[in-house]
Write a protein that binds this ligand. Structure first.
Ligand SMILES: [Zn+2]
Length: 404
C-alpha cells in the first residue's frame, strides 16, 4: 500500500538552490506521488467535507485561497426604436460601470450587523467579475452587446404579461452561455412607463446560468443601486439562498424580519441586516459561511459555477508561490496557481482534499519543513502534469513527508 515512489537523486539536484553555506550543501530528493488513483476515490469525490467554513479564506493567509475571476458579459435589450435602454457607445460605458460597481461591492465586504454585538470577521471574498468577450473575435472587444427586439426588450415583473422568469431572451441572445455568466439588462415596458399609476421597481432574477435585471436608465439611484441588486442575484447564481430565514445552510446568518433599512421603526432599528442575501439597502456583507459556500462550489469539479471561472490554475505563475511558515491545515480542495514552499518550522497538513498544482508546479519541503498527507489527492486539474514533491536536506536537517 505504498502510494509513493521514492527516487533519491542525490547530486543530480544538489544545486537546486545553489546555496552552499557552512559545510553542507542543500540537496533535494524527489518524492513524487504515483499518478493514477489506484482504484481509490475519483477526483470528483475529493470535494472535501460539506463544512463550508473550511472553504472560507484564512484572514491571516488570504493568498491560500487563490483569487477567482468569474467571466461575465452584459446585454442591453432595447425596443426596435432604441428608446428604452442604453445604446452604443454610451451603453458600453454603462456596462463597464455595472461590472466595476459590482466589483467595488465584492472588494469591500463589511462586517454583519446581525447578530448584535457579533465578532464575525469581514473576510475578503477572493473573487471578482471580468468582462469576457468572445476570444479571438476582433469584432467583439468588449463583451457588451446590444439587441433591438420589440418582443423581448422589456422586463415585466408583475401582472398578466409577467415575464420575469422567462428565458427566451437568454436562449435567443446568449453568448458563450456554457463558460460566461450572461447578464441581461432589459428595458421597462413602453406603455407601462407612461401610465400614471405604474410604479417603477428595481427588479432582477437569477436564472440558473444567467441573470436578468431591469435597466437603471429610468431608475433613481442609477447604476450603483442596480449593482447591489445584481450582486444579490449573483449570490443566488453562486449557490446562496436568502438569509433571513433558517434554511440557508449557514449558522452565521441569523433569522431576521428582513427590514429594508435600520432607519425604519422597531424592530428594524435593532434587527436590520446588511447581508447580501437579504432585501436591504446595504447588501454589503457576506458571512464566512456564505463565502466558504461559494468557494466550495468553485472547487467542485462538477459545479455549474466552476465553468464560469477563468481557468488560470492550468498555467504555472512564478509570482503565485505560497510560502508556509507556520502550522497550516487545509481540509478543503483548491486549485493553486504556483508552487508551494514549506519553510523550516512550517507544517502543511492536507486532509480530505483535492489539491491541483499548475503545470510543472511543485511542492518543496525545505529542511526543517513538514508535509502531512491524509487522504488527499495531488494532481493537475487541467489534465496535465505537475512537478512533484521535492524534499530538501542540509546536513542532518531534513524536510519530512508524512502519510497518515
Ligand atoms: Zn433573491
Amino acid at each position: 500500500m505504498n502510494r509513493f515512489l521514492i527516487w533519491v537523486i542525490w547530486g543530480l539536484l544538489a544545486l537546486g538552490f545553489g546555496s552552499v553555506s557552512g559545510c553542507h550543501p542543500l540537496v533535494w530528493e524527489v518524492y513524487e506521488r504515483v499518478q493514477g488513483e489506484e482504484g481509490r476515490k475519483r477526483p470528483e469525490a475529493y470535494s472535501g467535507m460539506r463544512d463550508y467554513t473550511l472553504y472560507a479564506p484564512d484572514p491571516a493567509h488570504p493568498e491560500h485561497t487563490p483569487f477567482k475571476h468569474i467571466r461575465v458579459n452584459v446585454h442591453f435589450v432595447n425596443s426596435a426604436d432604441s428608446s428604452m435602454n442604453f445604446n452604443f457607445p454610451e451603453g458600453v460605458e454603462e456596462g463597464r460601470r455595472l461590472v466595476r460597481s459590482m466589483n467595488a461591492l465584492l472588494y469591500d465586504n463589511r462586517k454583519p450587523y446581525l447578530p448584535k454585538g457579533n465578532n464575525i470577521p469581514a473576510l475578503p471574498l477572493r473573487f471578482d467579475l471580468v468582462l469576457s468577450p468572445r476570444p479571438g473575435d476582433p469584432a467583439d472587444s468588449t463583451g457588451i452587446y446590444f439587441h433591438y427586439d420589440d418582443d423581448l426588450y422589456d422586463y415585466i415583473a408583475y401582472g398578466k404579461d409577467m415575464n420575469r422568469s422567462d428565458k427566451t431572451v437568454v436562449r435567443r441572445y446568449g453568448v458563450q452561455l456554457d463558460t460566461v455568466l450572461n447578464i441581461f439588462v432589459l428595458g421597462f415596458n413602453k406603455d407601462s412607463l407612461v401610465s400614471p399609476t405604474y410604479k417603477k421597481h428595481r427588479v432582477g432574477i437569477a436564472l440558473g446560468d444567467a441573470l436578468k435585471m431591469n435597466s437603471w436608465r429610468h431608475l433613481e439611484g442609477g447604476c450603483w443601486e442596480s449593482a447591489k441588486l445584481a450582486v444579490h442575484e449573483l449570490g443566488h447564481i453562486l449557490g446562496l439562498q436568502h438569509s433571513w430565514g433558517r434554511n440557508d445552510g449557514c449558522d452565521d446568518t441569523p433569522p431576521h424580519p428582513n427590514c429594508w433599512s435600520c432607519a425604519e421603526p422597531s424592530p428594524c432599528d435593532t434587527l436590520c441586516s446588511n447581508n447580501v442575501m437579504s432585501y436591504n439597502t446595504y447588501q454589503n456583507s457576506w458571512t464566512p459561511c456564505q463565502i466558504g459556500k461559494v468557494h466550495y462550489r468553485f472547487a467542485d469539479l462538477k459545479s455549474r459555477t466552476r465553468r464560469f471561472l477563468e481557468p488560470d490554475w492550468c498555467e504555472w505563475h512564478e509570482d503565485k508561490t505560497i510560502f508556509i511558515r507556520d502550522s497550516i491545515h487545509w481540509q478543503s480542495s483548491r486549485d493553486l496557481l504556483g508552487d508551494v514552499v514549506i519553510e523550516a518550522g512550517g507544517i502543511l497538513y492536507l486532509r480530505d482534499c483535492r489539491i491541483s498544482l499548475p503545470a510543472g508546479g511543485r511542492i518543496e519541503v525545505q529542511p526543517g519543513g513538514k508535509l502531512i498527507l491524509e487522504d488527499c489527492l495531488l494532481r493537475n486539474s487541467c489534465g496535465g502534469s505537475w512537478g512533484g514533491i521535492y524534499v530538501g536536506r542540509k546536513g542532518s536537517v531534513k524536510g519530512v513527508v508524512e502519510e497518515r
